[in-house]
Design a protein around this ligand. Sequence first.
Ligand SMILES: Nc1ncnc2c1ncn2[C@@H]1O[C@H](COP(=O)(O)OP(=O)(O)OP(=O)(O)O)[C@@H](O)[C@H]1O
Ligand SMILES: [Mg+2]
Length: 486
Amino acid sequence: MADPKILIIDDEEAARYGMVRALKNYSVIEAASAEEARKEVAHTRPHLILLDINLPGTSGLDYLRELAGTEDAPPVIMITAHGSERTAVEAIKAGAYDYLPKPFEVDELRLVVKNALEASSLRRENEKLRAELKAARGVGELLGTSEQMRRIYDLIAKVATTDVTVLICGESGTGKELVAHAIHEQSAHRRNGDFIAMNCAALPSDLIESELFGHEKGAFTGAAGQRKGKFELAHGGTIFLDEIGDMSPNTQAKLLRVLEDRKIERLGGSHSIPVDVRVISATNRDLAASIAAEKFRSDLYYRLRVVEIDLPPLRERREDIPLLAENFRRAYAEKYHLRCAEIGADAMKQLVTYDWPGNVRELRNAIERSLVLCEGRSLRAEDLPEEVNSERVTERSGEIFKRISPSNTIDATELLEIPYLTDFREARREFERAYIERVLHETGGNVTRAAERVGMHRQSLQQKLKDLGLTRRYVITEEAQESDDE
Ligand SMILES: Nc1ncnc2c1ncn2[C@@H]1O[C@H](COP(=O)(O)OP(=O)(O)OP(=O)(O)O)[C@@H](O)[C@H]1O
Ligand SMILES: [Mg+2]
């Protein structure tokens, strides 16, 4: 955040003075009443509000409720009277981010402020992601802004205006079926016709042929009546032949004839029926290898791939992961009425780091599963499936993450999940430990970079690690050690 602005609302001048001094590293605005504050909020748009509960005129709680009802209101820390736990709870219920009972120590105030600012900055990052998500809608259901996906959108747009036969290749879960749909939907001259999909791996070959080409009454045992095949049903539209690599040699030969003649013959029939169909096929196999192994006809292959669209695996376009993940989070949170409102920074890094052998489908399933298990407002790395967590965050994924999330915030709400200890110093120690561990985790154990990030000298950070008893618990990796020694 460039320069966080904090609005202090308190009718006691001395109280305001104390807080202004404690927060001299921020830019602070003051107001003595809710009435004054309204103008300041509209005018200066503060990032955080410290609100005294006892105010003349509109009370602190009433003003809090008013703020909570407005869009993009900043987080509010309620200043409550000593021993008034009940009002504090009421304030939290009314939407306060946190509360601070009077009298408080300067350090306490600073800590609460810092946490609130970090949490709200993370929230803004997520909002930005959400906005980008809207803009990132590719074609149809397809999402992604990577160079590779943009090239796919271009290809889709180009082939959509023609009737060329398209072969879509890509690993499982890369979105082949979505691309086929998108081509159909974008084809102005075909989208009013039907999109008929057929999975060539699911059925034995004689059944596939009757499905594809239809049959006449009595064509085979059990063929009680005449039936139209998928090619006829797709007339004027698109037929999608999925898993084409699994088609039997016999069916391959028949399909080749249909592609050449643009006519079909129903099983047991004697006349051919012209069909006006665009053919899109898809495979996750290496068809060139199948041809070499004489499992797939090369003449059919060249017929099918007049235009070939190769979908990149997700691990080759990692910059799309945050958008996809956020999209799935939102969709499943809505579907299951879940509280989880964001993906925490460390979870997102793991998502960007993992290799996703099952591609976007696996990512979608992982988000669905983790959301259901997630108990807080923020999805944490611990909530993710084990395999996603097993990979160590690399420099590269850190870079991708930084590009996406320039403020590089730490989700302080997670750090606050420390037990409420009676001793303030003990609580602060707990916080420091969690905070430093997190930063070190994010820099892959590199103490120099961790120190840079938190604005400390390396020696001081190392001392701190010792004081907190973290040196032994934290294994500094060789790689990190090397760059530390530079
Ligand atoms: N680019 C994308 N944007 C958004 N969602 C996607 C994208 N690619 C894939 N998906 C999601 O992944 C799921 C799987 O996609 P799809 O069925 O198109 O994959 P596929 O390549 O046909 O996989 P398979 O080879 O296993 O059939 C989709 O339901 C969709 O939710
Ligand atoms: Mg598929």
